[in-house]
Ligand binder design. Structure first.
Ligand SMILES: NC(=O)C1=CN([C@@H]2O[C@H](COP(=O)(O)OP(=O)(O)OC[C@H]3O[C@@H](n4cnc5c(N)ncnc54)[C@H](O)[C@@H]3O)[C@@H](O)[C@H]2O)C=CC1
Ligand SMILES: NCC(=O)COP(=O)(O)O
Length: 337
């Protein structure tokens, strides 16, 4: 029996629904079940030229090839491609809630997420200028009761984890405290072993400031925060290199010396990753009690309904969820032996 993986179809006005229809094009090592409005999925498949067939998910039913299994959850209002509607914000969050509860009660082995639109969800929550929804990562942490999680993107031969995620740049330095950085590194270390089969991970840690602070002349976070944490964790046996100047960390010679990079903030690490792998990269949430992977791109409202959106990242996200499930089982078996 293949493990059942929930695939949330995301923002209904974006490319998520049509990309989910394209899961019908392949056989998968896991059994994907798309969470979304069945009518919407049919309509977007048709408008984007997909020949996918759809069937309601019944755990014991057989599925002909070329068919997408769907757990139908109804839209609040009909959706047009490229046109956001805050009335559907609760629908999008409802997809996530259903996937989370299914992972927690054992119905699903993992979840994969198609893109959501953070702005329209904030609007639907009446956020004003506040940010009541800043991303799947933070939402999953809150809704699984996990105090800290880590966003890591995988692609183009790279693994790039982030010490901070969706935060205004001005708030980044204050968020990089010794306890936060220490917890983040522990999560990256543990999950590279648990979910990626890397027994003794080598982690390259970026500095925050240009030239990693130039010995304190261009900022002191490296001296006051990062170095003491690295020293403490090295004493426990972790293989950590840094703080490294971020501008040269991503040269091939340096990257070859690590299994993953820890960047200090979103736009320090992700542009490099997306340059190397856009369309085939995967976003993984480390530190959760469940396995969650996601596409590396957003809602692409400009492409919705056109059939021109590339499904490569969604396909890679599903493949990686399957690989992580296998690695987790092997790790657990090793620990029990
Ligand atoms: N996993 C998620 O839920 C993510 C959600 N977002 C959200 O998506 C919304 C739009 O973000 P943008 O910055 O405009 O990024 P975007 O990724 O939606 O679009 C950037 C450019 O990439 C293109 N693109 C995106 N996906 C593509 C695909 N599958 N195939 C071909 N081309 C593709 C778009 O057409 C556009 O030109 C925002 O609300 C953002 O927060 C962004 C990244 C990830
Ligand atoms: N830049 C990554 C992104 O926006 C996706 O974040 P999340 O929704 O997976 O938390």
């Amino acid at each position: 029996m293949r493990p059942v993986v929930a695939v949330t179809s995301g923002e209904p006005a974006g490319v998520g629904p049509e990309l989910c229809a394209r899961l019908a094009e392949r056989e998968w090592p896991v059994r994907p079940v798309v969470l979304g409005d069945l009518g919407l999925l049919r309509e977007r498949a048709a408008s984007s030229g997909s020949a996918a067939m759809f069937q309601s998910w019944l755990p014991d039913a057989d599925v002909p090839s070329g068919t997408v299994e769907v757990l139908h959850l109804p839209l609040a209002r009909p959706s047009r491609p490229g046109v956001l509607d805050a009335a559907n914000g609760p629908y999008v969050l409802g997809l996530l809630d259903r996937a989370i509860s299914g992972c927690q009660n054992g119905a699903f082995a993992a979840m994969v997420t198609a893109p959501v639109h953070k702005g329209v969800i904030c609007e639907s929550l009446g956020g004003g200028d506040a940010l009541p929804f800043s991303g799947h990562t933070e939402y999953l942490a809150e809704h699984t009761g996990t105090p800290r999680v880590v966003m890591m993107l995988v692609g183009g031969g790279l693994r790039v984890a982030l010490a901070t995620t969706h935060l205004p740049l001005a708030r980044v330095p204050a968020a990089i405290t010794q306890p936060a950085l220490e917890e983040t590194l522990r999560i990256v270390h543990a999950d590279l072993a648990r979910h990626f089969g890397i027994a003794a991970p080598r982690i390259l840690v970026a500095g925050l400031n240009p030239h990693a602070g130039e010995g304190g002349h261009m900022g002191r976070e490296e001296i006051d925060v990062i170095e003491p944490v690295l020293a403490r964790l090295r004493a426990e046996g972790m293989n950590l290199t840094g703080p490294l100047p971020a501008d040269t960390l991503f040269v091939p010679h340096t990257l070859a010396q690590g299994d993953a990079v820890l960047a200090m903030y979103h736009d320090q690490g992700l542009p490099v990753l997306k340059h190397a792998s856009f369309g085939g990269g995967v976003n993984v949430t480390l530190g959760l009690p469940i396995i969650r992977t996601s596409v590396d791109h957003g809602t692409a409202l400009d492409l919705a309904g056109s059939g021109r959106a590339d499904p490569g990242s969604l396909f890679a996200a599903l493949e990686l969820a399957a690989t992580m499930l296998a690695a987790r089982a092997a790790h657990a078996a090793g620990a029990a032996a």
